[in-house]
Every structure is written in C-alpha cells, then in structure tokens.
Design a protein around this ligand. Structure first.
Ligand code: HEM
Length: 364
C-alpha cells in the first residue's frame, strides 16, 4: 500500500511541541528566559517519566501470568536497565537547571504557587507501579499526597496504588522459585549452620583479640549479640512477620529467603538471570533515590529553608523522602546476610544437578 512520505516535523508534531511553553512571567510582563528553562526541563522530565512508565508496564504485563519463562526474565532486565539509563539522564538534567541561580528563580517563583512537582501524577504512578509501600509514604502536614492532585490525577494515582505493583509481582515470583528444598535438603538449615559457624568464629576473634580492653570487648560482644538476634528473624517466621509489621521488611518471608538464595548462589548458571533481575531492581531504586537526594540538594540551594510552592517544608521533606521512599530496601538488606564464597555451604549433588539441568525450565 502506498504511504505518504513521512516528514520530520510532522512525525514529531514539532509545531505543537514547540508551542507548549507558556511562562507565567509573560502574563505580567516580558517572558523570562529562566522560566523557559524551568518549563523545558520539567517537560523533558515528564517525557522521560512517560517512557519509564512504558517500560514498567511492559515488566508488569510480563509478570502477570502464573509462571514466568526464563527467557522473559532477560527481556524484563532490558526494560529495567533502560529505566536505570533514564534515571542517569534525570540526574544530569539537574546540572542544566542549576545554571539558574536562586536570585534568577525568585524573579518568577511566586507566580507558580501553589503548583509543584509534588503534583506530578506520572511521578506518583512510577512510585506506585514500582510498589512504594503506602505505609512509609510521607504526608504533607498530615494530608495524603493525593489531596494535592486534580480529581483525574487523584483517580489515576489511586488506581495505580490499588493495582498489583512490580514489588508484589516479584514477591510472588520469588516465593514460587524452586530449589529451596530438594530431596531432603533445605537451604534454610544448611545456611543457618554455615552462619552459626561464622558467628562462633567471630566470637572467638573478639575473645582472642589482644588489642581489646574489657570495655572494647564488651561493646563488640554486644554488637555481635545484636547481629545474632537480627539473623534469628531470618529463620523464625513470626519474628520476620514482626519486622514486616514494623515496616522494616516488605517482601514475604519466603520471597526474602529465595532472594537470599539467588544472591548467594548466583554463580550457578540458572540463577544468573534471576540475579540480574534483582540487581536491576536495586539499580532502579538507587537511580530514583540518588535523584531524590540531588533534587533535595538543588532545592536547598534554590530556596534555602523556605517552604515549597506545594506547601511542604521543602528541603527537609525531600531529604526525608529520599530516606523513606525506597521500594526495594529488602534487596539492599540482603548484603547483611552474605557469606564469603569459601564459607558457603556446597549444594548437594541433587540440587546442583537440578540447577544445572533445569535451565530450560520456567523459573516460575
Ligand atoms: C528550581 C527547581 C526546583 C525547585 C526549587 C523544586 C522544589 C521542590 C519542592 C520544594 C518540592 C516539595 C513539594 C513542595 O512543597 O513544593 C518539590 C517536589 C517535587 N519536585 Fe521539585 N523543584 C525543582 C525542580 C524540579 C524538577 C525539574 C522536577 C522534575 C520533574 C521536579 C520534580 C519534583 C517531584 C516529582 C516532587 C515530588 C517529590 C516527592 O514528593 O517525593 N522538581 N520540588
């Protein structure tokens, strides 16, 4: 079928796109160049948010079935790695915006009240699709973040919050992963024995260390006892649930153990892709967290300790979201439970065989 030749400007809708910048300063005087910069940078972010949502939806769709084929995992990793690359661009764009000084910003800032990036519905969808735990969300003087959104954006954010998130899907997938128990062998028990031996050795090192006086030894022993208690929660479902209730863990107990197994035995070929998926999720989380810190820093140099145009405490609020709004902090916490490869219990032949020969089997 004959098609009309595609023309660059038509394809990209450039006349429309380039007419979408309307500085508020232009309504009260001459439009300001710095406000154009402010608008263009924000619009560029929203376009990238759109692409991030496309990638996250592709991962969510792929994870929606009862089983996940192994070859699919590679595709998900690709989508998530693209999101990570976008977060790096997001970070770099702050450099461009910081060429505007605090004084330049003050020339038009008051005209923006009460609008704020706080109202970015796409940003909220990203948080919700990733699976930000609603219990850890910061409020704005006690009010929910949706209270600052238009009715349409509020509905969209609430729908995304109610729908299954990537965190929930990954949890279900991890919980289904086989290999944690095989033919009389259990990962939990064998790992616990190796961990006990490591902690006992650590206690001996503290006891034998000639550089420690009584006080120093007491401090180190107390720290070791605290670590031991922390490790116990890994093997005790009730203690683990208590951590979940406190919001210190979000993954289910079985999913957490499966993620630990994948991280410890990631040298096994069949665990490469699951490991890369978990790593990509951490990279996405780290990308957004780094952006949050950098945005908070930029805000402190632009407005100091003033409140934001959206009504939060500004820099303080943003710094707190960087701390609290992580989605996959459980995956970061796994490092606490790592053992050196030399101390890692060898997998019994039956499990090694299963891991070696089942590479064609679905991971779900
Ligand atoms: C001069 C530059 C900027 C300043 C001074 C600034 C300031 C602020 C402040 C104070 C807040 C807290 C909410 C409020 O009280 O208003 C906020 C939130 C936010 N800003 Fe910015 N911002 C700037 C640039 C940007 C850019 C370029 C983006 C890109 C889209 C952005 C996205 C966001 C988002 C998504 C939030 C919500 C964060 C959350 O609640 O976790 N901001 N901003």
């Amino acid at each position: 079928m004959a098609r009309d030749p595609v023309y660059y400007a038509d394809y990209l809708k450039l006349p429309t796109l380039l007419s979408l910048q309307s500085p508020e300063s232009g309504k009260v005087g001459a439009p300001m160049g710095d406000e154009y910069l402010f608008i263009i940078v924000h619009q560029a972010y929203e376009l990238w948010f759109k692409q991030v949502l496309i990638e996250l939806d592709a991962v969510l769709d792929g994870f929606s079935g009862p089983a996940v084929a192994e070859r699919e995992l590679g595709r998900f990793v690709g989508h998530l790695e693209r999101v990570v690359a976008i977060t790096r661009l997001m970070l770099a764009q702050i450099d461009v915006l910081e060429t505007m000084t605090a004084l330049d910003f003050l020339d038009f800032r008051d005209l923006l009240v009460p609008a704020s990036g706080f109202q970015s519905a796409q940003f909220r969808s990203i948080e919700n699709k990733l699976g930000l735990d609603p219990r850890t969300r910061m409020t704005i003087h006690g009010a929910h973040y949706t209270s600052r959104l238009s009715p349409e954006d509020k509905a969209r954010a609430e729908a995304a919050e109610a729908a299954p998130s990537i965190r929930a899907r990954v949890d279900a997938w991890l919980a289904r992963i086989p290999f944690l128990e095989q033919g009389g062998w259990g990962f939990r028990e064998s790992y616990r024995a190796a961990l006990d031996a490591t902690l006992t050795r650590e206690a001996e090192i503290i006891a034998e260390n000639p550089m420690l006086d009584a006080i120093g030894r007491g401090v180190q022993e107390a720290q070791l006892a605290q670590n031991r208690a922390h490790f116990e929660a890994l093997f005790d479902a009730d203690a683990y649930e208590a951590l979940r209730d406190k919001g210190e863990r979000t993954l289910s107990h079985r999913a957490f153990l499966a993620a630990l197994f994948i991280n410890l035995y990631r040298d096994e070929p069949i665990l490469h892709l699951p490991y890369r998926l978990l790593k990509a999720l951490m990279d996405v989380d780290e990308g957004f967290t780094t952006w949050r810190y950098r945005h908070a820093l930029m805000v402190s140099r632009m407005i100091g300790t003033r409140v934001g145009t959206g009504g939060t405490s500004g820099h303080e609020y943003l710094r707190a979201t960087a701390e609290k709004h992580k989605v996959f902090s459980d995956l970061f916490a796994l490092s606490t439970y790592m053992l050196p490869r030399s101390k890692l219990p060898r997998l019994p032949a039956s499990v090694e065989g299963a891991l070696g020969f089942r590479s064609g089997v679905s991971a779900g």
